[in-house]
Design a protein around this ligand. Structure first.
Ligand code: EPZ
Length: 434
């Protein structure tokens, strides 16, 4: 398993470019299942979850071509021949977002068999709201042997009200509704920019969707969808991660290729902490300064402070003067990074959904373990300001959602390198003659 070796102390200076959003690209790839014609996606990030989704779609019979060279961020997906509308446990267990294919498959093929995702490091991650939404559209759904089986001769439009706000639940039901017979009105929807980006693609494919990005979405079902070309929106969480890295290291960094208005909650919080930021067009400039002030954070659904930035913010809070109370409202177990930060010298106490961070505490390098995607990012940020050389193990977590992060950070002055597992050379076994 690869490791990162990071020597702290360098301010980040210069310009770093943000990739396309993983959490927009994944539903966009699932949307290609809704049509027989090719869907071409641009600005797709080169991250592990995209490769996993390529494997998943290919296992069903789709042709998925990942671009390379100058077209390396382009993906062309053609789902003309879907032999097996199934998502196996082997694939789903590595990426729970695979459940995003459920709605598309049952809408396109009339049936779907998708492994239940099981929990993950940050929580139980059930998909009961996905299932309830699809049942409202007329899907008959059973669960057995760890799989969800969904059947529907033809989905029909309905009123769907989500008990809780769910991002992929909204996306799953939205995709199914595009081919349902009649109108669907979805209430209490997720308002994340990635939902609006998906709706933008679906409308380019011929769907009839209004209100995506708000809590009420109206869909007039159509009989078929066509191919389309779409550019994935920038990754606001990657942008936010680099913004915090600049704030932490006292740098002067331009984070380019992003959508600053997707970052309002974070940028507002940074103003309270004493970090100067300015944005114009598609970039945010961050002027880090030594004196950071503690400020509380409560994670909420968009447009509130994103849960996917909570771990990274905790790293910043360790360097802020005073006490920062971080409340995680979205997932029940998303503080794993805290214990690793404590091993680096942070003063953090957990009380249920709250983490109390007392700063400023100097951080010292240590050997630490990544546990999930955003926890890994938090450890990278801490290592950038720790005294000495930090080794982060299991960086495959970070590779799921950050494209070439070590190259991007090195490009703006960080001392970071990746070391692969030094596996002994395999000695070919002597041929044994039977
Ligand atoms: C999406 O996950 C993102 N993943 C997550 O990003 C992100 O943290 C999360 O939204 C919240 O913003 C993708 O978009 C691929 P939810 P999702 O359904 O859709 C509960 C990352 O780091 N819930 O909005 O799975 C759930 O347990 C990842 O990039 C149900 O109870 O999250 C959670 O407590 C991590 N039943 C809350 O709702 C359901 O059927 C919000 O989950 C679905 C969800």
């Amino acid at each position: 398993m690869d490791k990162f070796v990071i020597r702290g102390g360098n301010p980040l200076l210069g310009t770093v470019r943000v990739s396309g959003a993983k959490n927009a690209a994944l539903p966009a790839m699932a949307a290609a299942l809704l049509t027989e014609e090719p869907v071409i996606l641009e600005n797709v990030p080169q991250v592990r979850d995209i490769e996993t989704t390529r494997k998943l779609l290919s296992s069903m019979g789709a042709e998925v071509e990942l671009g390379y060279g100058r077209a390396q961020h382009r993906t062309t997906i053609c789902c003309r021949n879907l032999a097996r509308p199934e998502a196996s446990y082997e694939l789903v267990k590595t990426m729970r977002a695979s459940t995003l294919v459920l709605g598309s498959l049952v809408a396109r093929c009339g049936r779907a068999r998708v492994s239940l995702p099981g929990g993950c490091a940050i929580g139980a991650r059930p998909i009961d709201l996905h299932i309830k939404g699809l049942e409202r559209l007329g899907a008959h759904i059973t669960q057995e042997h760890g799989y969800v089986e969904a059947n529907a001769s033809r989905l029909r439009g309905a009123e769907v009200v989500f008990d809780k706000i769910t991002v992929t639940g909204t996306e799953d039901v939205l995709m199914a509704a595009t081919l349902a017979d009649g109108e669907t009105i979805m209430q209490n929807c997720a308002r994340e920019p990635e939902v609006a980006d998906l709706a933008d693609l679906l409308n380019k494919m011929g769907a009839n969707i209004e209100g995506a990005g708000t809590s009420t979405i109206r869909v007039k079902g159509v009989s078929k969808l066509n191919g389309a070309r779409h550019r994935i929106c920038p990754d606001r969480i990657e942008a936010g991660t680099f913004i915090l890295a600049a704030a932490l290291t006292g740098g002067d960094l331009n984070v380019s290729g992003c959508e600053p208005h997707h970052l309002d909650a974070l940028l507002h919080k940074l103003t309270e902490v004493g970090v100067k930021t300015a944005h114009n067009g598609d970039s945010v400039r961050v002027l880090g300064s030594g004196d950071l002030k503690a400020s509380d954070v409560v994670t909420e659904e968009y447009p509130g402070f994103p849960t996917d930035m909570q771990a990274q913010y905790m790293a910043l809070a360790t360097q802020a003067e005073g006490t920062s109370i971080i409340t995680e409202n979205i997932f029940e177990n998303r503080f794993m990074h805290a214990l690793e930060l404590v091993r680096m010298g942070a003063n953090i106490k957990m009380e249920g959904r709250r983490a109390i961070v007392r700063g400023k505490t100097p951080l010292s390098a240590a050997a630490v373990l990544a546990s999930d995607l955003r926890a890994s990012a938090s450890l990278v940020l801490a290592a950038l300001v720790a005294d000495g050389e930090t080794i982060i193990d299991r960086v495959y977590h970070i590779d799921r959602g950050y494209e070439h992060i070590e190259e991007k950070l090195r490009g703006v002055g960080a001392q970071i390198r990746r070391i692969g597992e030094m596996l002994p050379k395999k000695v070919a076994a002597p041929l044994v003659r039977a």
